[in-house]
Design a protein around this ligand. Structure first.
Ligand code: NAP
Length: 338
């Protein structure tokens, strides 16, 4: 059996290029497993914007940067082929962090591994009820703490994380405005997700649009983007507003971390809080969050968009869709069938 791999050939400078990746075929790992190791076959990868940070030189990322010549690291769904762990048996499907390759040995002591219930498809486990939806859930509810009638603004609102955060704020009785790139995405937000308004940041002066849409200010701003859009929201925050820092995708392709807001006095005068968070801070509460998301989904209160693509060979090409906005919801790549 052949193990296909996509390796990090060079560190991207600016946008990701084909030359940053190299394709290799090698043998499937074939050694005796150590205690708590599992041999898995990867089935499905999540394309996560922050993987771009993992490709950068060491220094500014939560995870160690991917070593040159190693498989690209990504959130994955895999099936256990062999196990030296009492917790996982051959045939179990697991959610984990793996390399862009077909087969690998994972140490369950070193990487997060969670079993997927039999009744849940791999796409649902990584999509509707996966990391991005949970991010929107905890970021909005735990950090944003939206209250009825609050004015809530979400950037990256048509994306995997943002669309869930925005719809949860709507369920909580808030007036919700999404910011997204393109009229089609904005129409989806207002017509199907039933947000109150949407701003196409590619055609509008966001700061001015927000001023008109939120004359009394923004109570909760959920930020996936950073940069100028974060600044536009800061200029429009209401007193005691809350800013949820979820992501900074507008700067992931930059050589240096994006600068913070230009006008911190706005935060002081407005007694505004700005708080970052990581979804993994809330792992103990994942089961109840998934149960709530399922209920809302079955009641038609939350829509999820899953952009499922196929083909190991196209991983580097597909991944780039996150940065030109051509992904249509949570971006998943199926590389082997379940
Ligand atoms: N804190 C956490 O634990 C955590 C966990 C997961 C994700 N995140 C963050 O959440 C954010 C969204 O991630 P996701 O996986 O849900 O991706 P996503 O929103 O489904 O896809 C990325 C979207 O970002 C937008 N975008 C790309 N470049 C941009 C730019 N320069 N300016 C403005 N918008 C841009 C594009 O939408 P448009 O067409 O609207 O431009 C694109 O479709 C990311 O910042 C990610 O790092 C954080």
């Amino acid at each position: 059996m052949i193990n296909r791999q996509w390796l990090l050939a060079s560190r991207p400078e600016g946008s990701i290029e084909d030359t940053n990746f190299s394709y290799k075929e090698c043998e499937v790992p074939n050694r005796e497993l150590k205690p708590n190791e599992i041999l898995v076959k990867n089935l499905l990868f999540l394309c996560a914007p922050t993987m771009r940070n993992w490709m950068s030189p060491p220094g500014n990322s939560l995870y160690p940067s991917i070593p040159l010549g190693s498989p690209i690291m990504a959130p994955a769904i895999a099936v256990v082929i062999e196990s030296a762990s009492a917790e996982y048996a051959p045939g179990d499907r697991v959610s984990t962090r793996a390399g862009w390759q077909d087969y690998e040995i994972l140490s369950t002591d070193l990487v997060p591994v969670g079993k997927i219930p039999d009744e849940m498809t791999s796409v649902d486990a990584m999509g509707k009820f996966g990391l991005n939806s949970l991010t929107g859930y905890f970021g909005m509810l735990e950090v944003g703490q939206p209250k009825e009638n609050d004015v809530v603004v979400v950037s990256g609102a048509a994306g995997a994380t943002g669309s869930v955060a925005a719809q949860i704020a709507r369920i909580k009785g808030c007036r919700v405005i999404g910011i997204a790139g393109g009229d089609q995405k904005c129409r989806w937000l207002t017509e199907e997700c039933q947000l109150d308004a949407a701003v196409n940041y590619k055609n509008a002066t966001v700061e001015e649009e927000l001023r008109q849409l939120c004359p009394d200010g923004i109570n909760v701003y959920y930020d996936n983007v950073g940069g100028d859009i974060l600044q536009a929201a800061i200029e429009n925050m209401a007193v005691k507003g809350r800013i949820v820092l979820c992501g900074q995708i507008s700067s992931y392709n930059d050589d240096k971390p994006s600068e913070g807001p230009r006008n911190m006095m706005r935060l002081i005068y407005g007694s505004i809080t700005m708080q970052g968070f990581l979804t993994r801070n809330y792992t103990d509460n994942f089961p109840s969050a998934i149960s709530n998301l399922k209920t809302w989904y079955e009641q038609g209160k939350v829509l999820f968009k899953e952009d499922v693509r196929e083909g190991f060979e196209n991983l580097p090409l597909f991944y780039r869709a996150l940065f030109d906005g051509s992904n249509d919801g949570v971006l998943l790549v199926q590389i082997n069938s379940d």
